[in-house]
Write a new protein. Sequence first.
Length: 67
Amino acid sequence: MTARSVINRFWHDEAGATGVEYGLLLAMIALAILGASTTIGDFITNGFDGFGDMLAGVSAPDTGTTH
C-alpha cells in the first residue's frame, strides 16, 4: 500500500463522522438543559422569596385568649 493510497483512504473515510456528530448534538442538548434549568431555578426561587416576603408582613389573628 502506497502512502498516496493511505492518505486517499483516510481522506474519504467517514466512519467516525457520525459519532462526532452525535457527540456534538448531545453537548448542545446538555447546554440547553443547563441553561433552562438555571433560568427555571431562578424563577422558582424568586417566586418563593416573594411568597415568603408576603407572609412576613402578615400577623397572626388575635384569638382573645392568653396563656
